[in-house]
Every structure is written in structure tokens, then in C-alpha cells.
Design a protein around this ligand. Structure first.
Ligand code: SAM
Length: 223
């Protein structure tokens, strides 16, 4: 079973320090919600976000949604051979029960994430808890834990997939952010940092390619 972690994901509620900014208040009042109950979204809250630490890495729930769909729409996921976690930039983890299908509509995904982050219900389909990447990896008991990054050591996806296929409980981290790199805290918790292409790609493309390669490696090993 592959554990796939969308790490340091740009998915969070609007932080209190910008909840009074006009772009946030207008968005919240249009949707008849309290500013503390809406997702931070760069396409709407750009002006307010300029005040935030690491703003360039945050406020992209759409990108997290795309990455999640690119994994959960695959045969590997649908046959229960990959478990998905979203680890957010503020150290909240959403663990998806095997086979759980997230909404395909972005607006339904956004509403589900808002409700989950505010109310923290345990629906059985998504379990929420607080954890840094090192704590999450310990909880999963992953071996090895491999982070994908343009800063990593070059490896072909085929070789990486063959390694994952031969491991008992591997975890792969894909950054759920639009720009920048994993924090030192994340990098230090990894066994390895791997680069699968000389050029940077979007997280959803990387996740889809990884899953496809793991499917092929599994096909080879079981034929
Ligand atoms: C849009 S990128 C983040 C930008 C960052 N400069 C980077 O590529 O590491 C999102 C994620 O996709 C993965 N990624 C993108 N290009 C990659 C590559 N060539 N090799 C390995 N991972 C890659 C990484 O996990 C990265 O955190």
C-alpha cells in the first residue's frame, strides 16, 4: 500500500490576522459566512495575503483539489492500493478512508473542506488530526519516506516505482503548494528527496505520473 501525502498543502481557513481585510469581508458577506469559516484563496484574497508569512506558498485550494482528483480517479486508488493524506501548511492532516471519492466539483470540495476544518467532524470518510510531517510519518510508520522535489536527487519514475513496489509501507510526499520548496522540518524527516524530471511540474501532473508508474510496476510484479 502506497501512502501518498499532499504535503504543506495550500489549504487553510482565512487566518485571523487578515479576517478584517476588505477582500475577505466582501467575500464572506457575499457567501453569508463568517470570515473565519472560509478558505483562504489567492484568486479572491490576493491583496490581503500580501501581509502573510510565506504568502507565495498559500491560498491555493484549487491546486490541492486537482491533485487529490488526479490520485483518487485512478485504478490504483479505486482498488485500495493507495492511501491519501492532505497535510496542510498549518499542520492539520486530513486522512481519507480508502476508496473515499472527493467531490469533482470545486465548489462542493471547497464547501466540504470549510466544513471539515471548522467543525472537525469524524465522518468516518475523512479523519482530521493535527500533526507535523515528522509526526505524520511516524504515525504511518512509513518506510521509506520519499519527498518529490526539483531539489532532489535525479531518479527515473520507473526506478522510483520499482522501489516503492518492493517496499512494505512506503510514503511519497508531493508538495501541495504552487511555488517554493519543502521546509527544512519536512526535508529532515525524509529518507530521500527525489527529482523525477529536470523541469518543475504542477503537483497534479507529478501525482498522476507517479500513480500510473506504480500501477505499471505492480502489473509487472504480479504477472
Ligand atoms: C509546483 S511544484 C512546487 C514548486 C517547486 N519549485 C518544486 O518543483 O519543487 C509542486 C510539487 O510538485 C513536485 N514536483 C514538481 N516538479 C518536480 C520534479 N521535477 N521532480 C520531483 N518533484 C516535482 C514537488 O513535490 C513539488 O513540491
Amino acid at each position: 500500500m502506497l501512502n501518498l501525502i499532499i504535503a504543506e498543502a495550500a489549504l487553510e481557513l482565512v487566518p485571523s490576522e487578515i479576517s478584517r481585510h476588505a477582500s475577505v469581508r466582501n467575500d464572506a458577506s457575499r457567501r453569508e459566512l463568517d470570515p473565519s469559516r472560509i478558505l483562504l484563496d489567492r484568486s479572491i484574497h490576493h491583496a490581503a495575503m500580501l501581509k502573510l508569512r510565506d504568502d507565495y506558498k498559500r491560498g491555493r485550494p484549487d491546486l490541492v483539489h486537482l491533485t487529490l482528483l488526479s490520485v483518487t480517479s485512478t485504478p490504483l486508488y479505486q482498488t485500495g492500493r493507495v492511501k491519501v493524506f492532505i497535510h496542510t501548511c498549518d499542520d492539520v492532516v486530513l486522512e481519507f478512508r480508502e476508496g473515499t471519492r472527493p467531490p469533482k466539483s470545486y465548489f462542493r470540495f471547497r464547501d466540504l473542506m470549510q466544513q471539515t476544518l471548522v467543525e472537525r467532524p469524524d465522518s468516518g470518510l475523512i479523519t482530521l488530526f493535527e500533526a507535523t510531517v515528522p509526526r505524520l510519518l511516524k504515525r504511518i510508520g512509513s518506510d521509506p519516506a520519499i519527498g518529490l522535489s526539483v531539489q532532489g536527487k535525479p531518479i527515473s519514475l520507473e526506478d522510483l516505482a520499482a522501489r516503492l513496489e518492493g517496499a512494505e509501507n512506503p510514503a511519497v510526499l508531493v508538495g501541495g503548494f504552487p511555488k517554493g520548496h519543502f521546509t527544512p522540518q519536512t526535508t529532515e524527516a525524509l529518507d530521500e528527496l527525489a527529482r523525477i524530471d529536470a523541469n518543475p511540474m504542477d503537483a497534479h501532473v507529478v501525482a498522476a505520473r507517479l500513480v500510473y508508474e506504480v500501477e505499471k510496476a505492480h502489473g509487472k510484479s504480479s504477472s
